[in-house]
Design a protein around this ligand. Structure first.
Ligand SMILES: NC(=O)c1ccc[n+]([C@@H]2O[C@H](COP(=O)([O-])OP(=O)(O)OC[C@H]3O[C@@H](n4cnc5c(N)ncnc54)[C@H](O)[C@@H]3O)[C@@H](O)[C@H]2O)c1
Ligand SMILES: [Zn+2]
Length: 361
């Protein structure tokens, strides 16, 4: 089992990663002294698939497991669902010592973290991420949120979990699309921060795409280290260090919005966004054509798109103005000067953005 620490003073916590580590969960929870009653937020499919083994793993340490089922998909990241969960939790939390377990992908993680942050002004929660995206990204760093009709993640807080427990074996049941969605974020980490990971992804793509657990464990560890390092230095995103994690996301989010959140999932949209960010970097002379080509090849190798259909350049450009990270009219792009070296560039000219977007349309 690998251990990575998120260093945040009194709010520090460990990320534990391994294959076949579920039976160790109880011991880790006992060490944290969180309580005896685990309120597990998950969806029906995950409970069906893993509920029995999760309950058994918890009972080894004398924990009671109570499952709360919410709907699958982004629909669950709403104030309505949060309110229903909180009322249910309050009924359950009667003469018990309760803590929350977020058992699922990023949707369950964000919702559970949000509920944990507001219920009784904050109760302990643990992330047990089950998608690749959640293991490498959303379970780490304490960004919790629900969506409004007006936009994604508009209501939430920074609220850190007490533990992130990444059992690699859960990833075996992901379908190709779900795996690819996480792999887009993995490629992102490699491009902005980790040449070794980039080479690994180039060399081991067959193993990774087959879902080889050893390869996935290496990937989750490498990405978790990067995210833990960045979060430890800039927990609340005030120093701008967390911004580099947004690589590919400015145009990626715009593509998701412009396609009505239907055509392209998050990972696919981020892949396209990365191609655009690489193209802007190239046009600004920050990288040469060879590096750009190598990155595009890697994205393709993982079955992610580098061209999109059915969305116009203007729609993407319109949507990109709504980026939460822009202040006033000033835009801010995460670009690169090479694999592993990010650079934040402000006020990129509109014509240049348009030309770069043209590359993927
Ligand atoms: N908090 C953060 O820092 C952060 C970062 C990135 C993304 N996010 C959020 O994460 C969400 C996306 O997360 P996601 O990609 O994990 O999507 P998701 O949570 O919707 O999960 C995707 C699908 O995979 C299924 N699933 C989960 N685990 C499975 C398993 N082991 N086997 C088979 N199927 C499984 C889920 O039921 C769901 O249908 C978005 O809401 C996004 O805003 C948050
Ligand atoms: Zn993302």
């Amino acid at each position: 089992m690998r251990k990575i620490k998120v260093n945040l003073g009194v709010r520090s916590y460990n990320i534990l990663i391994g294959r076949g580590i579920l039976n160790n969960l109880s011991r880790q929870l006992q060490k944290l002294n969180l309580g005896t009653d685990a309120y597990i937020i998950t969806n029906a499919w995950l409970k069906n698939k893993y509920g029995v083994i999760l309950r058994k793993a918890l009972s080894r340490g004398g924990f009671n497991a109570h499952f709360k089922i919410v709907l699958d998909s982004e629909k669950s990241k709403s104030l309505e669902t949060a309110s229903l969960v909180i009322s249910d939790l309050a009924r359950f939390d009667n003469k018990k010592k309760v803590f929350i377990i977020a058992f699922g992908g990023g949707v369950i993680g964000d919702l559970s973290g949000f509920v944990a942050s507001v219920y009784k002004r904050g109760v302990s929660y643990v992330q047990v991420p089950t998608t690749l995206l959640a293991q490498v990204d959303s379970s780490i760093g304490g960004k919790t949120a629900v969506d409004l009709v007006l936009g994604k993640n508009l209501v939430g807080a920074f609220y850190q979990p007490r533990l992130v427990f990444a059992e690699i074996n859960f990833l075996k049941s992901l379908n190709k699309k779900q795996l690819a969605s996480g792999l887009a974020e993995v490629i992102k980490y490699a491009i902005i921060k980790d040449r070794k990971l980039f080479n690994f992804l180039e060399n081991k793509y067959q193993a990774v795409l087959k879902g080889d657990e050893k390869a996935l464990e290496s990937i989750v560890s490498a990405c978790s280290s990067i995210k833990a390092g960045i979060v430890s230095k800039d927990e609340l995103e005030v120093l701008g260090l967390r911004t580099i994690l947004n690589f590919g996301h400015t145009i990626g989010h715009a593509i998701e919005a412009a396609s009505g959140y239907k055509g392209y999932n998050h990972g696919q949209a981020v892949a396209l966004g990365m191609v655009v960010a690489v193209e802007i970097s190239r046009k600004l002379g920050l990288i040469n054509l060879n590096i750009a080509k190598r990155i595009e090849k890697l994205i393709k190798l993982y079955g992610l798109p580098v061209k999109l259909k059915g969305v116009t350049i203007n729609k993407i450009i319109d949507a990109h103005y709504h980026d939460k990270k822009f202040v006033g009219k000033e835009n801010k792009f995460v670009l690169i000067t090479g694999v592993g070296s990010p650079k934040i560039v402000r006020n990129v000219k509109l014509d240049l953005i348009k030309e770069a977007v043209r590359k993927v349309v």
